[in-house]
Write a protein that binds this ligand. Structure first.
Ligand SMILES: [Fe+2]
Length: 294
């Protein structure tokens, strides 16, 4: 994490957004994630746009078995815009589909809430891991998971402050509080995730501003992935920085700023807010396709 906080001119990144082109085929990217071996005691994380993430633990020091893979809010289609038409629309995704739903191989899938840029019905229904992965989320999100054909025995209903150590993976997942952003889903959550031997990764999910988010500080997150877009009552870049000041992660990663034309936010504004509000927290904007370890 070689990204020291220094003051800077927000215009440094005025070119946002830039077109992102696919660097790897879907299958090749998934194969690269499967082949990736984080350093001992490290967890790797990839950002796939909006609030989509893939995490991978380190290899088992006894058996050499590769670390398990966990996905968060896989938004791997264009559901929010074009449904099944394939036509461009105002909410069409700006980013390539990094991984096709059929190609995703993960042991665990976390779904933070039911909105379709997080619990994407088209992604979930096309997953090939419906019978093998565990799906965790609050009940409104799990309703979408059920409707997508994922059996109840593969689902774990989660609540804020509930911790589950997942059988077969050793991954420890704790639900965190998130403030709902509209009437359609009053059961938003975030998650704190810890792989065996790893450190805590926190994802805010979609949340409005509330000082209750300070409770996450107790989990001592090494990395905090936080929404910064401000649209639809999510945290703005300024509010996200204020929450980072409460939670005090080592590193803050901006999220939910890059997918849809009507809902963009330059990450450099968050970088500037972090400098003003939480100067000890390091800023990290993730490049797509690249693994980061913590
Ligand atoms: Fe969202």
């Amino acid at each position: 994490m070689d990204n020291p906080i220094v003051d800077f001119d927000p215009n440094d990144e005025l070119t946002f957004p830039q077109p992102v082109t696919a660097q790897l085929s879907s299958k090749d990217f998934m194969a690269a994630i499967e082949a990736y071996r984080p350093g001992s005691g490290k967890t790797a994380v990839w950002h796939l746009g909006q609030n989509s993430w893939i995490l991978k633990g380190d290899s088992d020091p006894q058996t050499g078995a590769p670390g398990k893979i966990l996905a968060v809010d896989p938004y791997f289609t264009d559901f929010c815009a074009s449904k099944r038409t394939g036509q461009r629309a105002p909410k069409s995704r700006l980013l390539p589909i990094f991984i096709e739903p059929e190609d995703l191989r993960a042991d665990v899938v976390l779904v933070t809430h039911s909105h379709p840029d997080h619990a994407d019905p088209f992604t979930l229904e096309r997953l090939a891991i419906k019978e093998s992965a565990l799906f965790l989320g609050p009940w409104q999100a799990l309703k979408v998971v059920t409707e997508a054909g994922i059996p109840a025995r593969r689902q774990v209903l989660m609540h804020p402050l509930q911790t589950e150590v997942l059988e077969g993976t050793g991954i420890e997942v704790t639900g965190t509080f998130a403030e709902p952003t509209d009437f359609t889903d009053l059961n938003h959550m975030g998650f704190a995730v810890k792989f065996p031997r790893g450190r805590v990764w926190y994802n805010s999910g979609d949340t409005a501003k509330t000082e209750l988010l300070e409770h996450v500080k107790a989990f001592k997150p090494a990395m905090m992935a936080v929404c910064i877009n401000g649209g639809y009552h999510n945290l703005s870049h300024w509010e996200a920085a204020e929450i980072c000041a409460l939670v005090q992660p080592e590193v803050a990663v901006p999220a939910h700023y890059d997918m849809m034309p009507h809902n963009l936010q330059s990450p450099s504004m968050f970088r500037k807010s972090l400098y003003e509000k939480a100067r000890t927290v390091k800023y990290l904007r993730m490049d797509y396709y690249r693994a980061y370890e913590f």
